[in-house]
Design a binder for this molecule. Structure first.
Ligand code: 13P
Length: 257
C-alpha cells in the first residue's frame, strides 16, 4: 500500500435531473454520517452541468465530505462556443475535479489528443484537478497494443509539463471494452496497466511526481469487485459509472477494502 489517498469518483454521465441529484446527495450524506469514509479515502461526485449548482449547495450546506466534480469542460475561458462550459465557470462553482478526455468524449464527440491536452491546461489554470482518462479499445487490446495506446495518450497530454503540474494529475485507466459492459478488467490487469502508467509518468516527469499521481481504474466497477481493485498497490481509486447512480452502491464502493 502507498500513502496516496484513494479517490473514488462517481461519473453520472447524462443521468439525474437536479431534483434527483439533491435527493441523491441527501441519501449519501445520511450514509456518510452513519459510517464516515475510512481514513485515507476521498469521494467525488460528477453530476451533469445542470445539477452542479444544486449539488454544490447540498454538499456545502450540510458540510458533506464529498468533493464536487464535473465531467468535461471547454479549453477556452470564454468565447463564441455555443453550448460549451469553461473551466473558469466550473471553478467558480467550487468544482474540485474535472474529468478530461473520457473515452465517450473522444469516441462520440471526436475529442482529439490535442484538445484533451488543452483541456488539462484549462483545468490546471483554474486550480482544479484534472482526471485524465486513458484506455484502449478491444481491438487494440487483442492486437497487443494496449500499452502503446495508453502511452501515446499519456504522452500527448503530459509530455513537457512541469513536475509539479504532473504530480497534481489524477489518471483514470478506463479500458473501453470494460465500460458499461459488465466486463471488468481483472484486478491483475488493472494493476499491470496502472504500474505501466506510473512507469511512463516517471520517464516523463521523474519518480517523485509519478509517485504522487493517483491512478484510478474505471469500467464496470461495482460493490463486489471494488475491494480487490483497491487493494492493488498502483490502483489509487475508482472511476465509477453505472454503479454510482445509487447512493448505497457508490457508498459501498467507496468503503470497500
Ligand atoms: P461503468 O462503470 O458504467 O462501466 O462506466 C465507467 C466509466 O466510464 C466511468 O467514467
Amino acid at each position: 500500500m502507498s500513502d496516496r489517498e484513494l479517490l473514488v469518483s462517481g461519473n453520472w454521465k447524462m443521468n439525474q435531473t437536479h431534483f434527483e441529484a439533491i435527493q441523491f446527495v441527501q441519501a449519501l450524506a445520511a450514509l456518510l454520517r452513519a459510517r464516515p469514509l475510512r481514513t485515507g479515502r476521498a469521494l467525488s461526485l460528477h453530476p451533469p452541468f445542470t445539477a452542479l449548482r444544486s449539488v454544490q449547495t447540498a454538499l456545502e450546506s450540510d458540510a458533506v465530505p464529498v468533493a464536487l466534480g464535473a465531467q468535461n469542460c471547454h479549453e477556452a475561458d470564454k468565447g463564441a462556443f455555443t453550448g460549451e462550459v469553461s473551466a473558469e465557470m466550473l471553478a467558480k462553482l467550487n468544482v474540485g475535479f474535472v474529468i478530461v478526455g473520457h473515452s465517450e468524449r473522444r469516441q462520440l464527440f471526436g475529442e482529439s489528443d490535442e484538445q484533451v491536452r488543452a483541456k488539462v491546461d484549462a483545468v490546471l489554470r483554474h486550480k482544479m484537478t484534472p482526471i485524465l482518462c486513458v484506455g484502449e479499445t478491444l481491438d487494440e487490446r487483442q492486437a497487443g497494443e494496449a500499452r502503446a495506446r495508453v502511452s501515446a495518450q499519456l504522452e500527448a497530454a503530459v509530455k513537457g509539463r512541469s513536475r509539479a503540474g504532473v504530480a497534481e494529475l489524477v489518471i483514470a485507466y478506463e479500458p473501453i471494452w470494460a465500460i458499461g459492459t459488465g466486463e471488468t478488467a481483472s484486478a491483475d490487469d488493472a494493476e499491470e496497466m496502472a504500474a505501466h502508467i506510473r512507469a511512463e509518468l516517471e520517464s516523463l516527469a521523474g519518480k517523485d511526481a509519478a509517485g504522487a499521481v493517483r491512478i484510478q481504474y474505471g469500467g464496470s466497477v461495482n460493490p463486489d469487485n471494488a475491494g480487490e481493485l483497491l487493494r492493488k498497490p498502483n490502483v489509487d481509486g475508482l472511476l465509477v459509472g453505472g454503479a454510482s447512480l445509487k447512493p448505497d452502491s457508490l457508498f459501498e464502493i467507496a468503503q470497500a477494502r
